[in-house]
Design a protein. Structure first.
Length: 202
């Protein structure tokens, strides 16, 4: 099973080929500069690529005995709309019984109405990318408030500055990315080299 999980280099080639990973000079909304940018939905617009990524992530969970012993009576949950394609792909690969996704309403992350205490199976929370870990952490707390245990967490990409566990559960990923950010243009070598910059929204 482990042999069927593509290497990180192979996953990165997929992300580059689909435009989901870009290199250059990017300015993020909070003003930080970076030589790299992920736009993960671009990888999931192609069914074959989306399936390869989701199945690969699902295998990380299937080899975990604590997870595999509870299949298929589990719920796959996405913290946001960006992770929904991942959640559906992982759900299909694991034949999980349930799928949910959380949404941000104002500053609060929540599920839709009428999801009640005790209705959610043990949960695997998945996303396309974990940058800070805030979204997946908030979702884990939301799930526990509804009485469901979190048995797995994962993403296609995890920044090395993000937590490697959520609520005591290890975070699985296909790529652990060594992230580089510069706090301002004064700290940015790309600015000093006068490399054209591109503002990004996320």
């Amino acid at each position: 099973m482990v042999d069927l999980i593509p290497a990180a280099d192979t996953i990165m080639q997929i992300l580059k080929r689909t435009g989901a990973f870009r290199e250059g000079h990017f300015v993020y909304p909070q003003g930080k500069h970076s030589p790299h940018y992920f736009q993960m939905p671009l990888a999931f617009r192609y069914y074959d690529t989306a399936r390869v990524l989701a199945v690969a992530l699902s295998r990380k969970f299937r080899v975990d005995r604590d997870v595999s012993s509870q299949l298929p009576k589990v719920a796959i949950i996405s913290p946001s709309s960006g992770g929904i394609p991942v959640a559906f792909g992982v759900r299909d690969a694991l034949s999980a019984e349930q799928i949910y996704w959380a949404e941000k309403e104002g500053e609060e992350r929540m599920f839709r109405q009428y999801i009640n205490q005790g209705e959610i199976n043990p949960c695997i929370i998945v996303d396309d990318i974990i940058r800070s870990g805030h979204a997946i952490g908030e979702t884990a707390k939301l799930v526990k408030e509804l009485g469901a245990p979190v048995i797995g967490c994962g993403a296609i990409v995890r920044f090395d500055t993000a937590p490697d566990e959520i609520e005591g559960v290890p975070v699985k990923s296909l790529i652990e990315f060594d992230v580089t950010f510069f706090d301002s243009e004064h700290d940015c070598p790309l600015c000093r080299e006068k490399i054209p910059q591109e503002n990004v929204r996320f």
